[in-house]
Design a protein around this ligand. Sequence first.
Ligand code: NAG
Ligand code: NAG
Ligand code: NAG
Ligand code: NAG
Length: 220
Amino acid sequence: MYICSLCLIMSLWKLSESGFSFHCPVQSHWKHRAENNCGSVDGYFCLFNRNEHYFTEFCRKPPDFEAPGQKLIVAGSSNGTLQGADCNSDFYQPFKFLSSGNSRCVYEKSYCNGEGLVTSSNGTLENDRSCRCDYTRGYNFINQPKHRCYCVPSEEDCSCHLKICPSNHILSPVRKRVSKSNINSSTNEGDDIEDDSVNSVTANSSTSSTTTAKKRKQTS
Ligand SMILES: *[C@@H]1O[C@H](CO)[C@@H](O)[C@H](O)[C@H]1NC(C)=O
Ligand SMILES: *[C@@H]1O[C@H](CO)[C@@H](O)[C@H](O)[C@H]1NC(C)=O
Ligand SMILES: *[C@@H]1O[C@H](CO)[C@@H](O)[C@H](O)[C@H]1NC(C)=O
Ligand SMILES: *[C@@H]1O[C@H](CO)[C@@H](O)[C@H](O)[C@H]1NC(C)=O
């Protein structure tokens, strides 16, 4: 049975003379192309061929799948072995990869390129990139994101605005939260702790130096 399906793959290997200019059908054309070439959506594959470095289309049943974070690729043109492979770094796959309808990981990662926005995390194979406002330059979120320290552009509005601060105050998105979480330090999340060390900068030294300067003036 297994041997036979391998023969089938080989004989149906190249539907069209694919080459470097070949692209898998876009979503809206997928069904049409699949039905025309293989008789059904489930029987049609269009995947990246690791050995030949371009996409190849072929017919085979049943459809195949891979775990989240992975896609399917053609691993050997000689015997048509399919194999799981990590998503490219600019793509992610949060749920099971299915061969019918997909040639690569499903979502392209967002970019942190709005005004004042910087990358907080590059994401994972299964998750989008996250962004934060550059508070070292005085930016803060316009709308508080779901997670206070970072924002996921594919899920929410990540716009930043420039906040005008008192002169002796360094803007810190964590300060408020520190006092809150002090009530129960055990409820701290891991990423909160990370940020605390970055943001524990206070402007105390400058305040005290201005007060001593004032004092000195009065005595002289
Ligand atoms: C198919 O080819 C790969 C290497 O290209 C090899 O590792 C694998 O054993 C082969 N499978 C079969 C069934 O021949
Ligand atoms: C994200 O990836 C880019 C390019 O690989 C790298 O320069 C940057 O430091 C990464 N950022 C984070 C927060 O990991
Ligand atoms: C803090 O944690 C204790 C138990 O660890 C709990 O009894 C108490 O209700 C918590 N307080 C707050 C404000 O969450
Ligand atoms: C800030 O300065 C005040 C007095 O100028 C001092 O009592 C306080 O301990 C300082 N706090 C920190 C965190 O250094």
